[in-house]
Design a protein around this ligand. Structure first.
Ligand code: AMP
Ligand code: MG
Length: 326
């Protein structure tokens, strides 16, 4: 693909108008959301959607998420909108929840990876909503990283991955959530959690009025969640809190080692160390940026402290396990 000049601009009203004009013309625009930065294209334009896959180096069977300016736009992209979907949208939109529903004919197969279903959400970031509203139609967007890399949580991360491949990056500051949306299949009676997010299964179940189900045995997981993913160029090694507190990580004191942690690390820290204060939500917010910083610092083996696999921690551990998969 031929290189384009990439501009990174603050998401002012005039920049948003310019971004909408680019989208209308079939070009790509990276934009902030509350979860991670997205790489957007007109959702009703198959050729524009194909540009997204090309820019990311993404396999074409890994579908995009359609973003709406307003929950009331849902019927444009989804049919057979279930009572469950209505309840979840009412409870969490705009917000970090993606619903999987049957798609309408207007959504091209290029957006859904050839599926009859569409993943859709209404993002909470004001710049994202302003952009989609200015375009006047839904925007299809995966995370704005090169395929397989950690999702970008700042505009600078996007430039690093997609500079020369996207004409415009709207800068809306660091993402408040820091991990991708929770994805729920809402076609049935019970919500089926396809990908955990910072919105916890407990919170989703409360709004749904029924417990959250895991994908049926033998059912395929959400596409794109199978493989090594979310990974920086360094090796990621998971470090349980007890071992961090004891300073008992073999290799952590050798050159090229790095550490991302919450617990106190006794003694001399590795040359690269990021301690994240606060609970699992703060860890979620800081995680992808820390992975990218470690990579930038030349770390070869990065030890990352784990968190309990529940609540927000479930999404953190989902991403961490994939980042560490080899
Ligand atoms: P990303 O925003 O980069 O995390 O990519 C969007 C993700 O949404 C994909 O990797 C899939 O996991 C998920 N997704 C998109 N469309 C569907 C769908 N029709 N069914 C299930 N999952 C989907
Ligand atoms: Mg992604």
């Amino acid at each position: 693909m031929s290189a384009v000049r990439t501009r990174l601009v603050r998401a002012t009203p005039s920049a948003v108008r310019e971004a909408a004009a680019l989208l209308r013309a079939g070009a790509l625009v990276a934009f902030p959301t509350e979860t991670v930065y997205g790489l957007g294209a007109r959702a009703f334009d198959a050729a524009a959607a194909r540009r997204v896959y090309r820019a990311k180096g993404r396999p074409c069977d890994n579908p995009l998420i359609v973003h709406l300016a307003d929950p009331s736009d849902l019927p444009q992209v989804a049919r057979r909108i279930t009572p469950l979907a209505r309840r979840l949208a009412a409870a969490f939109w705009p917000g970090p929840l993606t619903l999987v529903l049957e798609k309408t004919a207007r959504v091209p197969a290029a957006v859904t990876g050839g599926r009859r279903t569409v993943a859709v959400r209404c993002p909470a970031h004001p710049a994202a909503r302003a952009l989609i509203r200015a375009l006047g139609e839904p925007v299809a967007a995966p995370s704005a990283n090169r395929s397989g890399r950690p999702s970008p949580t700042t505009a600078a991360h996007v430039r690093r991955d997609l500079g020369g491949r996207v004409p415009l990056i709207l800068d809306g500051g660091p993402c408040r959530r820091g991990l991708e949306s929770a994805i729920v299949d809402a076609r049935g009676i019970r919500p089926v959690l396809l990908r955990p997010g910072t919105l916890t299964p407990e919170t989703i179940a409360r709004a749904a009025g029924v417990p959250v189900a895991a994908p049926g045995r033998g059912a395929p997981p959400a596409p794109g969640t199978r493989h090594r993913h979310y990974a920086p160029s360094c090796r990621v090694v998971l470090a349980p809190p007890a071992e961090v507190r004891r300073g008992a990580l073999p290799g952590a004191r050798t050159r090229g080692a790095g550490l991302v942690h919450r617990s106190r690390w006794p003694g001399r820290r590795p040359a690269f160390a990021r301690r994240v204060a606060g609970g699992p939500a703060a860890y979620a917010r800081a995680l992808f940026a820390a992975l990218r910083e470690a990579e930038g610092a030349g770390v070869r083996v990065l030890f990352v402290e784990t968190v309990p696999d529940r609540g927000v921690g479930r999404a953190v551990m989902d991403r961490l396990r994939r980042a560490a998969a080899r």
